[in-house]
Design a protein around this ligand. Structure first.
Ligand code: FES
Ligand code: FE
Length: 446
């Protein structure tokens, strides 16, 4: 099996996946430019910032960036790499700064990225160093959706709301369920694990099928609240334009199965009643939204109140940044209950998180074998079924729980992007970055 250029699929019906997309180092390098540098990427939640100079460091693909709050309340997103030798100018996770001073030789940048001071400049450079041309590279487009800050290096793709498309219908059930919205719990969990990032993103996009097997021991351990629980028969997968996908169940009071106190259960019940008045019942009380992925690497669990980004770290590794989001209107007891519930299940030490990460680790490892790499993977579940008519108000294409439609559509979007070389790729070696052309550099280094 060898990957046909730019396609994840190994067959014409697009139900078989070529395993090399999970392990090939050349494809990985191409992915950074063709997929990540051409998509809107989630960076941070606005509640992480309160005053000018507040910053948060993260990644866009493999590029480290600083999200920096400006005096006017806007955000600059700066490549976290000094223009002198490339050193990371900010090595903190978050904080407040008046300047970002590189630890290597001491070049200093303002919170807007401009080069403001160079040690011993007269002796070292005389008048030869043009400060205006040597600031930190800035992400050219930064936009927010209801508190979620995104950035893209691509000056040509549609605005963020168009990119999100109908995914916002479901995002609103998390971000805008009442008039106060959500806030991020203090601190972002970060951890590294083995496994190709796409395995995590595709699972969150559309894989309900794994839960009963992968999480069986955790389900049993959580007795008495969930012992014997099976997947509800009624449910859905939804595929949306742009490679976004999500899934969930028919209605049931999920918060009554999580071991909460009566006070928390009552508040949750009234919260969803209020949400239904605001947003309608389809995505609040008449269904339970569970898992989803906003292409390419932002995923969320509505019923565990978490969002996470799968940052690529080579073809066989990823770093997870995970947020616990909480309704601002919730009293302290509810916030604590939701935070602990997230932490118990989906933080670095979460039981369900560890269940999943084992699968991604060993799948990636096996996919790289000489013989294994030549055998395609089966992604055909539900390919011969019609639409699921049980959830008529949902936008997009709706199928049942037992469907890999979302994964197939995720890889169709991935394939579309991978089929077109990034302008900055070297023609001689697609995996090698060529110097940016003047125009591209102007777009990147604002
Ligand atoms: Fe930053 Fe030299 S690498 S000042
Ligand atoms: Fe899982």
């Amino acid at each position: 099996m060898s990957l046909q250029r730019g396609r994840a699929f190994a067959d014409d019906t697009e139900t078989l996946i070529d395993r090399s997309i999970f392990s090939d180092p050349t494809l990985y390098k191409q992915e950074l430019g063709r997929v990540f540098a051409r998509s809107w990427l989630f960076l941070a939640h606005e509640s992480q910032f309160t005053k000018p100079g507040d910053f948060f460091t993260t990644y866009m693909g493999a590029d480290p960036v600083i999200v920096s709050r400006q005096r006017d309340g806007s955000y600059r997103v700066l490549l976290n790499s000094c223009r002198h030798r490339g050193m990371r100018v900010c090595r903190y996770d978050s904080g407040n700064a008046k300047a970002f001073t590189c630890p290597y030789h001491g070049w200093s940048y303002g919170t807007d990225g401009s080069l403001t001071a160079v040690p011993d400049e007269e002796a070292a450079y005389g008048q030869a160093l043009d400060h205006a041309g040597w600031g930190l590279a800035a992400v050219p487009r930064v936009e927010s959706y209801k508190g979620l800050i995104f950035g893209t290096w691509d000056t040509d793709i549609p605005p963020l709301t168009d990119y999100l498309g109908d995914f916002t219908y479901f995002l609103d059930a998390l971000l805008d369920a009442d008039d106060q919205g959500v806030t991020s719990a203090t601190g972002v969990h970060r951890w590294r694990m083995r496994g190709n990032w796409k395995l995590a993103a595709e699972q969150f996009a559309g894989d309900m099928y794994h839960a009963a097997s992968t999480h069986l021991s955790a389900l049993i351990a959580e007795s008495p609240h969930t012992r014997g629980m099976r997947l509800p028969a009624s449910g859905f997968q939804v595929s949306l334009r742009g490679g976004h996908g999500l899934g969930g169940f028919g209605p049931y009071p999920y918060w009554k199965l999580q071991g909460f106190t009566a006070e928390v259960e009552d508040w949750m019940g009234s919260f969803f009643e209020r949400a239904a008045q605001r947003l309608g019942g389809a995505r609040t009380t008449d269904s339970v939204l569970v898992h989803g992925t906003c292409f390419p690497n932002l995923s969320m669990l509505w019923n565990r109140w978490t969002m996470r980004v799968w940052h690529p770290k080579g073809p066989d590794g990823m770093e997870v940044y995970s947020w616990s989001l909480l309704p601002k209107s919730a009293p302290p007891a509810v916030r604590q209950a939701l935070r602990f519930d997230y932490q118990r299940h989906f933080s670095a030490s979460g039981t369900w998180e560890q269940d999943d990460s084992e699968q991604w680790n060993y799948s990636t490892n096996s996919n790289d074998g000489f013989v294994a790499a030549r055998l395609p993977l089966h992604y055909g579940m539900g390919a011969d079924r019609g639409p699921n008519k049980d959830f008529p108000e949902f936008p997009g294409t709706v199928d049942t729980i037992y469907s890999e439609m979302n994964q197939r559509d995720f890889y169709r979007r991935w394939s579309e992007l991978m089929a077109v070389p990034h302008p900055a790729e070297s023609p001689a070696s697609p995996a090698t970055a060529a110097p940016l052309s003047d125009n591209a550099a102007k777009a990147v280094i604002a």
